[in-house]
Design a protein around this ligand. Structure first.
Ligand SMILES: [Zn+2]
Length: 863
C-alpha cells in the first residue's frame, strides 16, 4: 500500500492504518488458503513447473517509464522493476546523488551534493551486479604493468540482484530494484555515529523499509532520475531535534538519485597545476617513476569553440544558468549581472558569451533538482547551513563537470542572528560542517556566513554615521554580487583563493575613485572582509563588483583551448605576478595552529593586514562608545543593541586572529624552480612585522582596557522575552566572552605547531626568536598591572594564560611541545611566580595567591 505524499490528517491516518491491517489480514488468509490448495493438487509435470515467466507477464500490472534504464512501477504496490539490456552489461555509468530536502539536525540540507561515482553493470549467472569502479589510479597502457592494474584495488559490489525474467531474443533482463533505491545501496544517506558522540545528541532512527518510498521517477535518454524519501524511525527519542523536525521519531530525508550514461564526447582532460586553484579528482600514475606521479584531473566544463579557428568564438554550448522561480523579483537582475561577470574572464580564454542566464518560468515542468539544469536556487531555511553554496558534480573518469547548482539563503539579507554563539565564540570556524555528506567536499563554502556578519557590520557602521537608504542598499547589492560571483566561481571548478586579499594597500582601498568597479582583491574566491573605512568620508566600494585578475588567469588556464604545451606553460609561469597570488583552504590559517603563511587567511583585507585589522578594531571601538544611543530605537526592545554589541566584539576578535598569524609565520612561494620572479619556497615573516603584530596584540587583545565598553552599556544588553523560549540565565556573560576572544589568539600563538616553527625557522631567517617572543608575551600579559591592582578581565586572562603554560609542561598534550618551548614555559612560570607578590587590593591579592599556588603545585609535578 502506498501512502501518497500529502498531509495526512489523523482521521485519515487511522483509516489508513485500519485499512492496512485489514488488507494485510486478508492477504495473509489468502496466502494460507493458496498454500492449502497447492498441497492438495496433483503434482505438476517438471517442464510446467520450471516454465519461466516472461518480462511481459511480470510487468503487466506496471506502468512503463522509458529512458536510459527502462523502469516499471507496479500500479498497485508501487514496487519497481528495471530492465537491463545486454548492451548495458560491462558498461560504465555514473551515479550521482543530491539531497532534495533534509533537516540540519541530521546533517542533510536541500541541494547538498553527494559524491558522483562510476559503476559497472555485470552479469553473474542469474544475477545482475552493480559494481563501483575505482578511478584513483592511472596505468600507461603501453606499460606491461598495466596488465596488473587491478592488483590490490578493491571494487565495491553494491548489489547483486536476481534476474526475474529475460527476453533472450532482445537481450533484456528484468530485475526487481526496490533494494537498489529504497535502501542505502548506492550511497550512505544517514550519518554514521562517531566516537565521543553525546548520548543526548539528536539521532536518526533506523531506515524504515515500509515507510521509505519513491516520490518520483523521471527518465531521459541520458539519465534515469529517482526521488526517494528515506524515512528513519525509532519508537522513542531522547532528543527530538530542532523546530525543523516535526517528529523526531520519524524523520524524512529526500534524495535524488541519478544514473547517468557515461558521456561519449571529445572532452579533453586537463591536468592540475599547484599554482592555480581548481577542484580536482586525484589520480596517481602507477607507471611513473617521478616523485610527483600526479595525473590530477581539473574539474571544468566541456566548453568547445563554435569556430575553433577564431581567437574569440561563442561556445558550441554555453554554460547556462537558471534563476529559480523562488528568487525575489528585485534581486533577479543583480544576480544575472553577477553571473555574467564571468564572461569577462572567459573572453580572455577565447570564449564569447560562455555563460548564459535564464529565468525558470513559474509554470516550468522541471524541478530545480533536475540535473539537466544548473539552477541558482533560493531558500529561507530554519537553520541556514550557509549563505551560499556552489557545488558541482563531475565525471570521475575525466573531471568534466556535468552539472552544478548554487544555493542561496535569504538569511543573507536579514538581521536574524541564528548563531548567537558565533559572536560569543568568534572562532571563525564553520558553525556547521556539511562535509560529512560529501567526502573531502571543499566546495562547501561558509563565505555567506562571513559576508552576513560583515554586511551586518557595514550596515551598523553606515547607519551609525547616518547613511542614506541608498547607501544601505549599496552594501547589500555589492555583497550580493560578490557572493554570487564567488559561488559561480566554484561551479566553474575554482576553489578558494584566501591569499587574493593581498592585492591592494589600505590606502588604495580607502581611495573610492581607485577601487570603483573593481574586484577589491585578486580574486572573488577569497573570504576577504568587507571594505569599510574608519574615516567615513573615504568610504568607497564595500565589496567586489567584478572578477579579479587571478580569476581571469585561472579561467584562462582551465578553459583556453591550448594549441601547445608551451602556450599553457607560458601562462602558468606568470604565477609569480603579484596579481596572481594564490593559496587555498588547505593553506589558510583560520584555525589556530593550522598552516604557516599569514597572508593566506580569511576575514582579512589588504597587503598590510596588521594595519587594516587595527583599523577595524578601532572602528569597532568607536562604534562601541555610542552604541547605546545609536542602536536603541524608541518603542523597541534592546535586542538590536545586544546584537550590535556581539557584532562589534566579533569583528574585533576576528581582526585579532588575523594579526596573531604573523607570529611565527612563514611566507610560502609555490613557484617552480627557475621560474621568473621566483623567490624561495619558505621565507619567515620579518622581525619588524612579527614585533608589530605582537605589540598590536598587546594593545588590542591583552591590555587591561582592551575590551572596555561604557559600563552603562552592559545594563542594556537585554534580550527580548519570547514565551518561555529564550536563553537563561539571560544576563550577558561579558568576562567569558572576552576571555574566549583572548584564548582564541593564545591558542594560535602558543600552539605546539607555532612554537616548533619559531624554533625551526630561526635556522632559516626568523629573527624573532622563541625566547624573545615568549618573553614579550609574558610581559604583555603581566607587566602593566602585576605589581598593583589587576582588573577582572586581566585576572581572567592571566590565570588562563598561566594554566596554558602549565599545560605545556604537564597537560595531556605536553608531549607535542618541543623541549625548547617547555623550557621557556617553565622560565615564564617562575617569572610570574616572582612577579606575583602579594600586593594591591584584596581581589588582586587573592588572584596573585591563586597564581602562586597553581605554579607551586605545577612545578612539583614536573619530572
Ligand atoms: Zn566558497
Amino acid at each position: 500500500m502506498k501512502i501518497q505524499k500529502t498531509t495526512i490528517k489523523i482521521a485519515s491516518l487511522m483509516f489508513a492504518a485500519i485499512f492496512f491491517l485489514a488488507s494485510y489480514n486478508t492477504e495473509a488468509q489468502n496466502k494460507k488458503k493458496k498454500k492449502k490448495k497447492d498441497e492438495t493438487e496433483t503434482p505438476v509435470k517438471p517442464e510446467e513447473k520450471t516454465k519461466e515467466k516472461t518480462i511481459e507477464e511480470l510487468v503487466k500490472s506496471s506502468k512503463e517509464i522509458d529512458g536510459l534504464f527502462k523502469i516499471y512501477q507496479d500500479t498497485i504496490t508501487g514496487t519497481l522493476q528495471m530492465v537491463v539490456s545486454e548492451n548495458q552489461i560491462g558498461k560504465e555509468y555514473i551515479h550521482f546523488t543530491q539531497v532534495a530536502d533534509g533537516v540540519l539536525d541530521a546533517g542533510r540540507f536541500r541541494g547538498a551534493y553527494g559524491d558522483s561515482k562510476v559503476f559497472k553493470i555485470e552479469k553473474y549467472f542469474n544475477k545482475i551486479e552493480f559494481i563501483t569502479q575505482n578511478s584513483s589510479f592511472y596505468f600507461d597502457p603501453e606499460s606491461p604493468l598495466s596488465k596488473s592494474k587491478s592488483a590490490n584495488v578493491s571494487e565495491g559490489n553494491m548489489a547483486s540482484l536476481k534476474i526475474e525474467a529475460q527476453d533472450k531474443e532482445k537481450g533484456l533482463y528484468l530485475i526487481k530494484v526496490d533494494d537498489l533505491f529504497l535502501k542505502e545501496t548506492f550511497s550512505q544517506i544517514k550519518n554514521p555515529s562517531y566516537p565521543g558522540q553525546s548520548p543526548t545528541d539528536f539521532k536518526l532512527g533506523n531506515l524504515d523499509k515500509d515507510k521509505t518510498k519513491i516520490n518520483s521517477i523521471k527518465n531521459y535518454e541520458e539519465n534515469t532520475d529517482l526521488s526517494v524519501e528515506y524515512v528513519y524511525s525509532t519508537p522513542s527519542v531522547l532528543n527530538g531535534g530542532s523546530d525543523a523536525v516535526s517528529d523526531g521519531r520519524n524523520v524524512s530525508i529526500k534524495v535524488f538519485h541519478s544514473l547517468i550514461a557515461m558521456p561519449d564526447n571529445d572532452y579533453e582532460i586537463r591536468l592540475d597545476d599547484p599554482r592555480v586553484g581548481y577542484f580536482l579528482t586525484q589520480v596517481d600514475d602507477q607507471t611513473s617513476t617521478s616523485s610527483t606521479p600526479y595525473r590530477d584531473l581539473v574539474h571544468r566544463w566541456n566548453l568547445k569553440k563554435k569556430n575553433p579557428e577564431l581567437a574569440l568564438s561563442e561556445p558550441v554550448e554555453p554554460i547556462t544558468w537558471w534563476i529559480e522561480n523562488s528568487t525575489p523579483l528585485e534581486w533577479r537582475e543583480t544576480i544575472k549581472d553577477a553571473v555574467l561577470q564571468w564572461n569577462v574572464a572567459f573572453e580572455k580564454a577565447g570564449f564569447e558569451n560562455a555563460m548564459a542566464v535564464k529565468i525558470q518560468p513559474d509554470n516550468a515542468d522541471w524541478d530545480a533538482g533536475d540535473i539537466r539544469y544548473n539552477v541558482l536556487r533560493w531558500t529561507s531555511s530554519p537553520q541556514p547551513p550557509f549563505g551560499g553554496y556552489g557545488p558541482s558534480f563531475v565525471n570521475p573518469k575525466t573531471g568534466q563537470i556535468l552539472g552544478a547548482d548554487i544555493m542561496l539563503e535569504y538569511v543573507h539579507f536579514t538581521n536574524r542572528v541564528l548563531y548567537d554563539k558565533v559572536y560569543e565564540l568568534a572562532t571563525l570556524e564553520e558553525p556547521f560542517e556539511a562535509s560529512d555528506f560529501k567526502k573531502n567536499d571543499v566546495a562547501y563554502c561558509s563565505l555567506g556566513h562571513q559576508i552576513h556578519q560583515d554586511v551586518m557590520f557595514a550596515s551598523a557602521v553606515a547607519s551609525a554615521s547616518g547613511a542614506s537608504d541608498l547607501e544601505m542598499e549599496r552594501v547589500k547589492r555589492e555583497s550580493m554580487i560578490a557572493l554570487i560571483m564567488h559561488e559561480v566561481g566554484h561551479t566553474l571548478g575554482l576553489n578558494h583563493n584566501m591569499k587574493a586579499s593581498q592585492l591592494y594597500s589600505p590606502e588604495q582601498l580607502a581611495d573610492a575613485e581607485f577601487i570603483k568597479g573593481k574586484c577589491l582583491t585578486a580574486s572573488v574566491m577569497d573570504y576577504a572582509t568587507l571594505n569599510i573605512t574608519r574615516d567615513r568620508s573615504k568610504q568607497g566600494q564595500y565589496d567586489d563588483v567584478a572578477v579579479g585578475p587571478y580569476d581571469i588567469w585561472a579561467i584562462q588556464f582551465g578553459y583556453t583551448p591550448f594549441k601547445t604545451g608551451k602556450e599553457k606553460d607560458d601562462l602558468l609561469n606568470k604565477s609569480t605576478n603579484p596579481e596572481l597570488i594564490f593559496g587555498n583552504d588547505a593553506d589558510d590559517m583560520r584555525s589556530p595552529g593550522k598552516a604557516i603563511d599569514p597572508r593566506i587567511m580569511t576575514g582579512d583585507q589588504s597587503n598590510d593586514q596588521i594595519t587594516y585589522s587595527i583599523d577595524r578594531i578601532e572602528l569597532s571601538n568607536d562604534l562601541m562608545k555610542n552604541a547605546k544611543d545609536k542602536f536603541t530605537k524608541s518603542g523597541e526592545s534592546y535586542q538590536e543593541l545586544r546584537r550590535v554589541y556581539y557584532l562589534l566584539s566579533g569583528q574585533k576578535a576576528g581582526a585579532a586572529n588575523v594579526i596573531s598569524r604573523f607570529i611565527g609565520g612563514v611566507y610560502v612561494d609555490r613557484a617552480m624552480a627557475g621560474q621568473e620572479g621566483e623567490t624561495q619556497p619558505y621565507t619567515p615573516v620579518s622581525l619588524e612585522d612579527q614585533k608589530r603584530a605582537m605589540s598590536a596584540l598587546s594593545k588590542y587583545v591583552f591590555a587591561p582596557d582592551a575590551f572596555d565598553a561604557p559600563n552603562n552599556l552592559y545594563n542594556y544588553l537585554a534580550m527580548q522575552r519570547r514565551g518561555y523560549n529564550f536563553r537563561t540565565p539571560e544576563d550577558p556573560k561579558i568576562h567569558e566572552q572576552v576571555l574566549t576572544y583572548q584564548i582564541n589568539v593564545l591558542r594560535h600563538i602558543l600552539h605546539y605547531n607555532t612554537l616548533q616553527r619559531i624554533t625551526d625557522s630561526e635556522l632559516y631567517g626568523n629573527k624573532y626568536t622563541l625566547s624573545s617572543f615568549m618573553t614579550d608575551l609574558n610581559n604583555a600579559i603581566f607587566k602593566t598591572d602585576i605589581y598593583s591592582n589587576v582588573n577582572s578581565f586581566r585576572q581572567n586572562l592571566q590565570l588562563e594564560y598561566t594554566n596554558m603554560l602549565i599545560d605545556m609542561l604537564t597537560g595531556k598534550q605536553s608531549d607535542r611541545y618541543t623541549n625548547n618551548a617547555k623550557s621557556m614555559a617553565l622560565y615564564n612560570l617562575k617569572n610570574i611566580r616572582s612577579m606575583a607578590a602579594s600586593s594591591g587590593n584584596i581581589s588582586s591579592k587573592a588572584h596573585k595567591q591563586h597564581l602562586r599556588t597553581l605554579i607551586d603545585n605545577a612545578i612539583k609535578e614536573i619530572k
